[in-house]
Design a protein around this ligand. Structure first.
Ligand SMILES: [Zn+2]
Ligand SMILES: [Zn+2]
Length: 172
């Protein structure tokens, strides 16, 4: 089993989260790893002896919020620190959008992953780039897919790359 360059022994499926990464994007990446290869989030939930909570989290449904027991069970299963797992979720009390997935294509160009804060209802745009967030493809108007399905980093309908959407983002 190859464990990378870390000094401590980590399992082949260990996956370090990115700074501010959303739970949906992280678990999409996690489940696609060759050492995991689990397409159905419910199956991963079952392995942690939980109900279908992972599927809800990946769709940004956090009501009811994850319990400590659930977080500990999934953290143990995937060999991630509970604190790092919790960082993938919105802070308690932060209201999140779940009907649409939002994207700052300029941030995605800097580092290709979905940021949890883009789903906060309190966030209307990207402060760093002073751009409004996209929730639909500027080329074909299809809704941006859930981050768990961002394997190709492009619109699933027309194939427009997320990085190419920067020039279509409006100022904020
Ligand atoms: Zn940005
Ligand atoms: Zn499109």
């Amino acid at each position: 089993m190859v464990t990378g360059d870390s000094e401590e022994q980590r399992p082949a499926w260990y996956l370090e989260p990115f700074e501010g990464e959303s739970v949906s994007h992280y678990f999409g990446r996690f489940r696609r790893q060759p050492a995991v290869s689990i397409s159905n989030p419910a199956r991963l939930s079952r392995l942690a002896k939980m109900g279908p909570v992972l599927s809800r989290w990946e769709q940004f449904y956090f009501n009811p919020p994850p319990t400590q027991t659930e977080l500990e069970a999934i953290a143990k299963l995937i060999s991630l620190d509970v604190e790092k797992l919790m960082a993938l979720f919105p802070p308690s009390g932060e209201r999140t959008l779940h009907r649409s997935t939002r994207l700052c294509a300029a941030c995605y160009r800097d580092a290709p992953y979905h940021r949890m804060e883009w789903q906060f209802q309190s966030v209307a745009g990207c402060e760093k780039h002073r751009l409004r967030l996209l929730s639909r493809c500027p080329a074909c108007d299809t809704k941006i897919a859930l981050p768990r399905d961002w394997e190709l980093g492009a619109c699933k309908q027309c194939g427009m790359k997320f990085v190419s959407m920067v020039k279509r983002q409006k100022c904020y």
